[in-house]
Design a protein around this ligand. Structure first.
Ligand SMILES: [Zn+2]
Length: 279
């Protein structure tokens, strides 16, 4: 039996997977990657992300407005997002709001606009009682300040976390998990290795961010949720625990976060659902 795993962060709707998306998900299932979360990044890809979640039994959708795609966002997209969330309320294939956050690492970030979008989407997360999947680069302090204000009951994940132990502890205090993936497999990621050793097991979820953040085993190549078992083995080694222990803990944490039953296996294809028309 392979270790059971959940990839909490992918962009499987991107064109990088157009040629073999279904085959990738089939191989994932055989490798023990039982569920894969696909995140929307701007209004134009929500329909595609949702359709993918409907078509593939192991794919789940999150919808959101990503800070790096700021130029694509329009004021009316917030109402559109609310419309999607209202229509999909109670659908088990909708699992979070994301990808949202602050990115102060990009060149000339418009901090005020990023702040506005994040603030508004955190309010939606509170309103719809959904967890949030956060993209945070060089902006942990302002993100944490906003999270303290919104007090989200279901919290969420600081994805691709590469901050300090102090920052990790702040997220954990707010009920958040830290998303770890390929970046930690690189030998030069010294601080991350130290933080990983300190992180309590119940705070970790695993992710690939496919097609981005390839692990050290596949430098410069397309990342894929198929690599999650290998990433889990490397990170467990760095933490000094058995891979099965990290797999089981992160699996349990992900299920708790998204409200999934930890022992329910996804094997049957889901009944076809009508697509939600994109406005
Ligand atoms: Zn992402």
């Amino acid at each position: 039996m392979p270790m059971r795993l959940i990839d909490t962060h992918t962009h499987l709707d991107f064109e990088h997977f157009d040629a073999d998306r279904h085959q990738v998900l089939t191989r994932c299932r055989q490798a023990g990657v039982e569920r894969v979360v696909v995140l929307g990044v701007h209004a134009a890809n929500w329909a595609r992300v949702w359709q993918l979640a409907c078509d593939e039994p192991t794919a789940y959708a999150a919808l959101g407005l990503h800070p790096v795609f700021l130029q694509d966002h329009r004021p009316e997209h917030l109402d559109e997002l609310r419309g999607w969330l209202a229509r999909l309320r109670g659908e088990d294939k909708l699992c979070a709001i994301g990808e949202i956050g602050l990115d102060y690492y990009i060149e000339n970030p418009d901090r005020e606009a990023q702040h506005h979008w994040l603030d508004a989407q955190l309010a939606l997360a509170a309103e719809f009682e959904l967890p949030v999947l956060l993209h945070v680069r060089r902006a942990h302090a302002p993100v944490l300040a906003l999270l303290k204000r919104h007090k989200l009951v279901r919290a969420g994940v600081a994805h691709a976390f590469s901050g300090s132990w102090e920052e990790a502890r702040e997220y954990i205090r707010l009920g958040f998990r830290l998303g770890l993936g390929g970046a930690g497999t690189w030998p030069q990621a010294h601080r991350m290795h130290r933080v990983l050793q300190q992180l309590p097991l119940d705070s970790i979820v695993l992710e690939t961010d496919a097609p981005d953040i390839a692990p050290a085993s596949h430098p410069g190549m397309r990342n894929s949720p198929e690599h999650l078992p290998a990433i889990c083995r490397t990170l467990a080694g760095l933490k000094g625990i058995a891979p099965e222990e990290l797999a089981e803990a992160s699996y349990r944490n992900s299920c708790e976060l998204f409200g999934w039953k930890a022992d329910a296996r996804v094997s049957r294809p889901a009944a076809p659902r009508p697509p939600v028309p994109h406005r």
